[in-house]
Design a protein around this ligand. Structure first.
Ligand SMILES: Cc1cc2nc3c(=O)[nH]c(=O)nc-3n(C[C@H](O)[C@H](O)[C@H](O)COP(=O)(O)OP(=O)(O)OC[C@H]3O[C@@H](n4cnc5c(N)ncnc54)[C@H](O)[C@@H]3O)c2cc1C
Length: 467
C-alpha cells in the first residue's frame, strides 16, 4: 500500500524544508524526500553555509596578519588549513542537524532516496540501497534546486579544475588560482583563497564584474578587490584548458578578437553560474513543461503544467538565492492550505560576502534608466561615518535611489563591513512602500554604520548632516 500524504516536497534545501515546515504548521500531513544523506540542500551542505564559514575564518586570518597590528595587537598567524576546514564542517553539521531537528519537531515524514514523479499525486523514491517505495499525495512540490553550470569542453575533476564544491575543500591554498566567472561565487571563493595566500586571477567574458548589480557599486567593489590584490581579466573568454607539468594552462581570448593569452594556474575554479537540477525526476514522462533554460515552468501560484504539481526555488525562474527559495516555500505552503501566499519579487536582497560586503535591494540605476523612471540619488561614504572611522572600515558607501516624483525608495546599494546586516532595514522600508524622507527622519543609533543609511536617505534631498 502506498503511503498517503497531503503534501510531498522533493528536496530539503531552503525552499523545500521551509515549505514542509510551514505546511505542517498549517495542519497538512507532509513528507519530504531527499537524495543526500543530510538535509538543507545546496545552501547548507555545499553553498551559503560552508562558503560563509571559510569567508569568516579567512577574514580572521587576514586580519590577524594585517589588520590587528594597527590596534596594537601583534600576532604572527600560522595557517592550519585542516583545522579551518574542520571549523567549516562543524558549522555545516550544526546547521544540517538543526534542519533534521526541525523536521522531527514538526512531525514531517522523511524519506531518503531519489524521487521520480510518475504523474499527479504519485512519486517513487529509490534509496541508494534497497527497493523503490511508492508515495502518494494530494500535492507535490518540486524543490530540487540547482547544480553547477559546466563550461563546454572543460572537465571538472574537483582537484585541479574545481567547481564551488571542490573550492570548499582544497587541501592547500593553490599558488595560482584562476577563477572563471566574476559573479558572487567566484568573488567570494576567490577572496577566501587570496586571503589564505593564493595569487588570484578572475576572468570574465563580460566587461564588468557582478552582472545585475548597480554599475557604479560594482565598479567600486572591483577597485576595492584589486587594491586587496585580486586580479581581473574582463572581456575575455576561456577557450580551453590543457594539462602541463605545473598544473593547468588556460587559453584566454579577448572577446573583441585578437591574440590569445596562455596563463598557468595550479587550480582553476569554474564559477560561471548554476543550472536547474531535474535529473531523474521524470519531468518529461509526467508531462511537466520546462523552458529553454531547463527551468520548470510555473504560473503565479507556482503550479507547473500538471495540476497538483508545483515548483519553487532554484529550479524555477528568478534569482538563485536561498531566501528567495524560502519565501516561495512559505508562499506555496500557504496557498495549498487555502491562504493567500505571495512573494514580493521587487524586494529580494542580494549580498556578496566579500570584505567589505556588497548588499543591495531593489532597482539599480541602469534598470531605472532603462524603464524611464525619474529618480533622485542620495549617497553617503563611510569615510564620513564615525563608527567606520573609529573601526578603520571606511571603504564603501550607501547609495539610495528614490522616485523623483514620490520620493518612494526604489533601490538601496551598500558596500560596507557589515552590509549584509544593514540591508534588511532597506528591505523593510521598501516592503512598506516608504520614502527616503521616512528613512531620513528615523532615529538611528549612534555610533553605528547604519547612520550612513539615514544620511544617504537625507542626501536624496541634499540635506545629509555629516558631509
Ligand atoms: C558556493 C555557493 C554559495 C552560495 N551562497 C549563497 C548565499 O550566501 N546566499 C544565498 O542566498 N544563496 C547562496 N547560494 C545559492 C543557494 O545555495 C541556493 O539558491 C539555494 O540552495 C536554493 O535552494 P533550493 O531549495 O531551491 O535548492 P537546493 O538548496 O539546491 O536543494 C535542493 C535539494 O533537492 C535534492 N534533490 C534534487 N533532486 C532530487 C530528487 N530527484 N529526489 C530527492 N531529492 C532531490 C538535492 O539533493 C538538494 O538537497 C550559494 C550557492 C553556492 C553553490
Amino acid at each position: 500500500m502506498a503511503q498517503e500524504y497531503d503534501l510531498i516536497v522533493i528536496g530539503t534545501g531552503p525552499g523545500g524544508y521551509v515549505c514542509a515546515i510551514r505546511a505542517a504548521q498549517l495542519g497538512l500531513k507532509v513528507a519530504v524526500i531527499e537524495r543526500r544523506a543530510t538535509y538543507g540542500g545546496t545552501c547548507l551542505n555545499i553553498g551559503c553555509i560552508p562558503s560563509k564559514a571559510l569567508l569568516y575564518a579567512s577574514e580572521a586570518f587576514e586580519q590577524a596578519g594585517h589588520g590587528l597590528a594597527a590596534m596594537g595587537i601583534e600576532v604572527a598567524p600560522k595557517l592550519d588549513l585542516g583545522k579551518m576546514l574542520a571549523f567549516k564542517d562543524r558549522g555545516v553539521k550544526g546547521n544540517v542537524d538543526g534542519v533534521a531537528y526541525l523536521l522531527r519537531k514538526n512531525k514531517i515524514a522523511t524519506h531518503h532516496g531519489t524521487a521520480r514523479i510518475l504523474g499527479a499525486g504519485k512519486v517513487d523514491v529509490t534509496p541508494s540501497i534497497g527497493e523503490a517505495q511508492r508515495l502518494q499525495a494530494k500535492h507535490i512540490v518540486i524543490a530540487t534546486g540547482s547544480d553547477v553550470a559546466k563550461l563546454p569542453g572543460v572537465d571538472i575533476d574537483e582537484v585541479a579544475i574545481v567547481s564551488s564544491t571542490g573550492a570548499l575543500t582544497l587541501e592547500k591554498p593553490p599558488r595560482r588560482l584562476l577563477v572563471i566567472g566574476a559573479g558572487v561565487i567566484g568573488l567570494e571563493l576567490g577572496s577566501v583563497w587570496r586571503r589564505l595566500g593564493s595569487e588570484v586571477l578572475v576572468v570574465d567574458i563580460l566587461d564588468r564584474i557582478l552582472p545585475g548589480v548597480d554599475g557604479e557599486t560594482a565598479r567600486m567593489m572591483q577597485r576595492i578587490l584589486m587594491k586587496q590584490g585580486m586580479n581581473f581579466k574582463l572581456s575575455s573568454k576561456v577557450t580551453g584548458i590543457a594539462k602541463n607539468a605545473a598544473g593547468r594552462k588556460v587559453a584566454i581570448a579577448p572577446v573583441a578578437g585578437g591574440a590569445e593569452a596562455s596563463i598557468d594556474a595550479d587550480v582553476v575554479l569554474v564559477a560561471i553560474g548554476r543550472v536547474p537540477y531535474t535529473q531523474g525526476l521524470g519531468l518529461e514522462a509526467a508531462g511537466i513543461a520546462i523552458d529553454n533554460g531547463k527551468r520548470v515552468l510555473v504560473d503565479e501560484r507556482y503550479q507547473t503544467s500538471v495540476s497538483g504539481i508545483y515548483a519553487i526555488g532554484d529550479v524555477i525562474a528568478g534569482p538563485m538565492l536561498a531566501h528567495k527559495a524560502e519565501e516561495e516555500g512559505v508562499a506555496i505552503a500557504e496557498i495549498l492550505a487555502g491562504q493567500a501566499g505571495h512573494v514580493n519579487y521587487e524586494v529580494i536582497p542580494n549580498v556578496v560576502y566579500t570584505s567589505p560586503e556588497l548588499a543591495s535591494v531593489g532597482k539599480s540605476e541602469e534598470e531605472l534608466k532603462a524603464a524611464g523612471v525619474a529618480y533622485r540619488v542620495g549617497k553617503f561614504p563611510f569615510t564620513a561615518n564615525p563608527r567606520a572611522k573609529v573601526n578603520n572600515t571606511t571603504e564603501g558607501y550607501v547609495k539610495i535611489l528614490a522616485n523623483g516624483a514620490t520620493d518612494r525608495i526604489l533601490g538601496v546599494h551598500i558596500i560596507a563591513a557589515q552590509a549584509s546586516e544593514m540591508i534588511a532595514e532597506a528591505a523593510v522600508i521598501m516592503e512598506f512602500g516608504g520614502s527616503a524622507e521616512d528613512l531620513g527622519r528615523t532615529c538611528h543609533p549612534h555610533p553605528t554604520l547604519t547612520e550612513a543609511v539615514k544620511e544617504a536617505a537625507l542626501a536624496v534631498d541634499q540635506r545629509a548632516i555629516n558631509i
